[in-house]
Design a protein around this ligand. Structure first.
Ligand code: UDP
Length: 332
């Protein structure tokens, strides 16, 4: 029998690209998504979409009882650093309640492998040096805290019940499916690369740069942008590695780019300058987050195909140009 996966949040950005990667290699996928931020049209053909909320414990239980599952991949969560500073308890309660309930349900249904979408926001204090898996967990936001707590919950699920897990700490997911099937569409959009592209394309008046007085080379925040299809590939490799035990991997390209460098790259690729202005800092943003991803490279052979910013921005630009309204149908 072929492999079969349950993917929560498979209608979202990283989730949908991972579903596509699983389908591309011939696996069967069921997506559980409440479509609160994900899109029906982002669920790749070939996956079965169950529209449902993680809060619906009976519904999740019923779905899990359709096993056996080779693994559960858990993407569905609130995921914005800035928003979590405005609504800390909503972030902590939602991500933790849903995550812990799902982990417990997996144990009850004898699921043996679990993959958690985790985040660089675990390392909220930031660091000038690339951050490896030995770095101290010190979240700078309730969002990061909620994922740190779920990683801890998974440690207990393994210790008590033997559930193996991969915690994958994405640095800044960006780009779009190189085949043009999928892209990034948040409403409202808060992520830097799509916003800079929209400013360059004249779809928004300007980009607000959140702070230029950080202790970084040009004063704007530095992030490690990693292509969403490279992240999808990392999930497949981490799943295979679970046969040898649980893992936690930091996932990035190992190179940082400042907000101003992103603006420069997008302007160059679009052939026009990006209108922007300096705005106040956004609460919760660490100055610098760059990954040291040597561990997943050594242990699984993962190698990002999109190692430079231009390749990442290029695929995002192509999808945004082709889909001015994202996954939504344009207004009549
Ligand atoms: N950023 C910005 N203006 C925006 C959106 C983001 O200056 O309109 C900055 C933000 O402060 C951060 C970086 O761009 O330093 C990446 O932010 P994003 O929200 O894309 O990802 P995060 O790092 O929060 O996961």
């Amino acid at each position: 029998m072929g492999r079969r996966y349950l993917v929560t949040g498979g209608a979202g950005f990283v989730g949908s690209h991972t579903v596509a990667a699983l389908l591309d290699r011939g696996d069967a996928v069921v997506v559980l998504d409440d479509l609160s931020t994900g899109h029906r049209a982002a669920v790749p053909d070939g996956a079965r979409l169950v529209v449902g909320a993680l809060e619906d414990a009976a519904g999740v239980d019923a779905l899990l009882s359709e096993g056996p599952w080779d693994a559960v991949l858990h993407f569905a969560a609130l995921s914005l650093v800035g928003e979590s500073m405005q609504a800390p308890y909503r972030y902590l309660a939602t991500n933790l309640d849903n995550g812990v309930r799902l982990i417990a349900a997996c144990v009850r249904h004898d699921v043996r492998r679990f993959v958690l979408s985790s985040t660089a926001a675990l390392f909220g204090a930031g660091s000038d040096a690339p951050i490896d898996e030995e770095a101290a967990i010190d979240p700078g936001s309730p969002y990061g805290e909620s994922k740190a707590m779920l990683e801890r919950a998974l440690l207990w699920a393994e210790r008590v019940h033997g559930l193996r897990s991969a915690s994958l700490r994405y640095f800044n997911a960006a780009g779009a499916d190189p085949a043009g099937r999928l892209g990034e569409d948040h409403a409202p959009e808060t992520h830097l690369i799509p916003l800079v592209i929209d400013a360059a394309l004249g779809r928004r008046p300007e980009l607000a740069v959140f702070g230029d007085d950080y202790p970084t080379p040009d004063g704007t925040c530095v992030r490690d942008y990693v292509h969403v299809s490279d992240l999808a590939d990392a999930h497949l490799r981490a799943l295979a590695r679970l046969d040898q035990g649980s893992v936690r991997y930091n996932l990035g390209n190992g190179r940082g780019h400042s907000v101003l460098q992103v603006i420069e790259a997008v302007g160059r690729l679009c052939g026009r300058p990006v209108p922007h202005r300096i705005a106040p800092r956004r609460a919760g943003d660490p100055p610098m987050l760059v990954a040291a991803s040597g561990r997943i490279m050594r242990e699984t052979g993962w190698q990002p195909r999109f190692a430079d910013l231009d390749g990442i921005v290029g695929t995002a630009l192509a999808w945004r140009e082709a889909h001015p309204h994202g996954y939504r149908t344009p207004p009549a």
